[in-house]
Design a protein around this ligand. Structure first.
Ligand code: FAD
Length: 393
């Protein structure tokens, strides 16, 4: 296995590219059809130091920065866009939130094994009543009982829950306190009272399993509480700043994969005696995709650089995620049109990519929710970057 402990930032992405092309790309079809979550790939990325790119050396990280991590995640996405989700859960959303808001014991217990790839992580916020209106929809309750919290409720659509070890869980600790009534906990999937019911999502493929998580009188000692009582909503929003960059990477990888397929087909498919890429309307679609890709990538890197600089990046993360979702959907639409009827064939990944693009538009802040937030920001109604930056480096 390649090791990156002694190489510079630029080489991180190169080493990841080699690993992804060698260990991921040739196996994706088989994992998809067999329904395999390739845990050993997460372990490999952990061993190379890639998952820990943006984490301090003190907690097992390699401290080369957020931008480098994004460039590594891009390489994983180029081999298999779906796997960026697992990269996110082990390197971004949950571990970065625990790094920022947890205590040293929790950093040792969760951050270190997550970024080493020894544990699989997750983020359990959404419930069946709705993902956009979290404040209105979350019914999961955590009630203090002696030194423990007793948690009851059901989380929905929880990525990797059928295979994960730990998740950052959000529950209501004071139902009358609005967003101050949420608290975050580290949930272990083998805690007594936790049941995971896998959700079948054939349109998304089977590499990244998703489940419903039922919590029935789950007792969590107070040492599992992450951050202060009542800080959960803030923690969730901070975690989403990172998760949105991960979704951006996945969207851009999906768009790029479609662009490559579109170019290949436009050059090889003939109609009226010439390659369809010679026709101006097809050229326009290719040109628009190429430009969208360049713009989306620039915004993604800008957001990553803001995280590296320690400046507020909520707005840039939201813009990058929103734009990349639209780029992926436009690329899916154009590529499917360029492929004509064969776009629907099971032999091609286009339907799968279309579904990934839809998910990218929906998850970690649905497009309309980001439109509202970005509109409010532009109109001076509510600044997206109003919160103090919370980063432990
Ligand atoms: C495969 C998959 C994996 C997921 N993984 C996770 C996970 O790991 N952890 C987790 O916590 N969640 C996860 N989610 C949940 C995801 O974050 C939610 O699906 C997302 O937040 C949207 O919520 P919703 O699906 O309930 O849609 P809703 O909130 O019901 O929204 C439905 C539609 O209405 C629109 N809408 C809502 N409010 C407004 C408004 N005020 N104005 C205009 N339009 C509006 C939305 O934009 C959307 O288009 C996952 C979802 C899927 C499908």
């Amino acid at each position: 296995m390649d090791t990156v402990s002694a190489i510079d930032r630029k080489d991180f992405a190169e080493v990841t590219r080699n690993f992804a092309q060698r260990e991921i790309k040739p196996n994706v079809r088989e994992w998809m059809s067999e329904g395999v979550f390739p845990r050993h790939i997460i372990k490999g990325l952990g061993e190379m130091g890639v998952l820990g790119s943006t984490f301090p050396l003190q907690w097992g990280g390699s401290a080369v920065g957020f931008l480098t991590m994004v460039q590594c995640a891009e390489q994983v996405g180029k081999a298999c866009p779906d796997l960026v989700t697992a990269f996110n859960m082990n390197a971004m959303t949950a571990p970065l939130a625990i790094l920022n808001w947890g205590n040293d014991e929790q950093r040792e217990r969760y951050v270190r094994p997550l970024i080493a790839g020894d544990m699989i992580g997750g983020f359990a916020l959404t419930e069946a009543a709705g993902g956009s209106d979290v404040l209105g929809a979350v019914r999961t309750r955590a009630v203090k009982d002696g030194d423990d919290w007793v948690v009851n409720g059901t989380k929905m659509w929880i990525t990797l829950s059928p295979v994960a070890d730990v998740a950052l869980l959000f529950a209501r600790t004071d139902p009358d306190a609005g967003h101050r009534g949420f608290t975050a906990f580290a949930l272990h999937y083998d805690d007594p009272g936790v049941t995971v019911n896998p959700i079948a999502l054939s349109g998304l493929g089977k590499v990244i399993p998703v489940g419903e998580v039922v919590l029935d009188d789950v007792r969590l000692p107070d040492e599992r509480r992450v951050g202060e009582v009542g800080q959960g909503f803030k923690i969730a929003m901070n975690a989403l700043d990172y998760g949105r960059i991960a979704v951006t990477v996945k969207s851009m990888a999906t768009a790029e994969a479609m662009f490559d397929l579109a170019v290949e087909y436009a050059k090889s498919r003939e109609a009226f005696g010439e390659p369809i890429g010679n026709f101006q309307m097809i050229k326009k679609q290719i040109a628009d995709m190429a430009t969208d890709l360049a713009a989306g990538r620039a915004l993604m890197y800008q957001a990553a650089e803001a995280h590296d600089a320690g400046i507020a990046a909520t707005k840039l993360s939201a813009q990058a995620k929103y734009f990349a979702g639209e780029v992926a959907l436009r690329a899916a639409d154009a590529t499917m049109e360029i492929y004509g009827g064969i776009a629907l064939s099971d032999e091609l990944p286009l339907i799968h990519y279309l579904n990934l693009a839809h998910l990218a538009r929906t998850g970690e802040g649905a497009a309309n929710i980001l439109r509202i937030a970005l509109g409010d920001d532009a109109l001076g109604i509510k600044s997206l970057d109003r919160h103090q930056v919370k980063t432990v480096r």
